[in-house]
Design a protein. Structure first.
Length: 319
């Protein structure tokens, strides 16, 4: 299931030997004198420990997952040192990602990856008012299957309306302050998965460049229940007969802090905008509205407006 093993990121600092410290501070300092000076004055801001620490900041153990693959969400946990620094910023390849406070003494950022990216190392920069550091994060490759889709003449070449494009793009970019999910996500339908995340496709014999399947398809029976995979708020409801030609009857749920789910092609919708949902609450029923070859549910999960693999969120609890 997993790609090639990649060495785990190591701490920025290993336990230093007396000889190394002496070489850093000068021969006239002994290790014992240096240790006493540090404990007495508490003047140094860099702390040597098993956790990764930088001035004012510390990675609170790990990235999650420790060995991320393309299509997965990289969760960065940051713990501030005493002094209550300002919330840090997190950047990858020049792009800044939202950071949220977690618990009483920590921060979290989420960095999405996609099948269209290249595997390998990324530079992840963390900074606040006390310091800056750049870490290397390795993302391993995955093999995504290829699928051939043939639309009937009535479905082929359907283009999204300006209305649905505008509303769906705005929905996917939703970043609200409160975390509304708790623990692992659940399956939104009991049917089998007919198309996994990340599949590359041919449509009527033509390869779709720069495309990957942005979600999971569930081949449940027509009319079978579609439920909320996690807590959230309904912020988008669209209907095929009101301009959602590609998405069909669609519902968008905000799980908070840049995490949203979209449910497409439904035959019936049982919720309205503004409604709060708990895991397992009914959203609607499977159908074949919009650009669809047959009854199924498309569930797309987006983190900071980027489609990520929902299987990861069903497999582990991202807190």
């Amino acid at each position: 299931m997993f790609g090639p093993k990649i060495p785990m990121a190591k701490s920025l600092f290993a336990k230093a030997s007396p000889q190394l410290i002496n070489s850093l501070l000068g021969d006239r300092f002994s290790f014992r004198n240096w240790r006493s000076m540090l404990l007495g004055a508490m003047a140094l801001t860099i702390v040597l420990s098993s956790a990764v620490k930088i001035p004012g900041l510390a990675l609170g153990n790990q990235f999650t997952p420790a060995k991320p693959r393309l299509g997965e969400t990289i969760v960065v946990n940051i713990a501030p040192s005493p002094g209550k620094p300002n919330p840090p910023t997190v950047k990858v390849s020049g792009k800044t990602y939202p950071v949220f406070e977690v618990g009483t003494n920590g921060f979290r950022a989420m960095v999405p990856t996609t099948p269209l990216e290249k595997p390998g190392e990324r530079d992840l920069t963390i900074a606040d008012n006390t310091g800056t550091t750049t870490l290397k994060v390795s993302v391993s490759d995955r093999k995504f299957p290829i699928q051939r889709i043939n639309f009937s003449p009535g479905k082929a070449g359907i283009e999204a309306t300006e209305l649905e494009l505008k509303q769906v793009v705005a929905f996917k970019a939703t970043v609200s302050p409160d975390k509304l999910w708790d623990g692992k996500f659940i399956a939104p339908n009991q049917g089998r998965t007919s198309s996994p995340y990340g599949v590359r496709r041919y449509y009527n014999g033509e390869f779709a460049k720069d495309y990957y399947h942005r979600g999971l398809d569930y081949a449940g029976g027509y009319g079978s229940a579609v439920v909320a995979p996690a807590g959230g708020k309904v912020v988008l409801v669209g209907y095929e007969n009101k301009g959602f030609r590609v998405h069909g009857n669609v519902v968008g749920v905000d799980h908070g802090q840049g995490v949203v789910s979209i449910f497409m092609h439904m035959s019936k919708i049982n919720v309205e905008e503004g409604q709060m949902l708990a895991p397992g609450d009914r959203i609607g029923a499977i159908g074949s509205t919009g650009s669809s070859t047959g009854p199924h549910l498309h569930w797309g999960l987006y983190v900071n407006a980027v489609s990520v693999d929902p299987v990861q969120w069903r497999s582990i609890a991202i807190e």
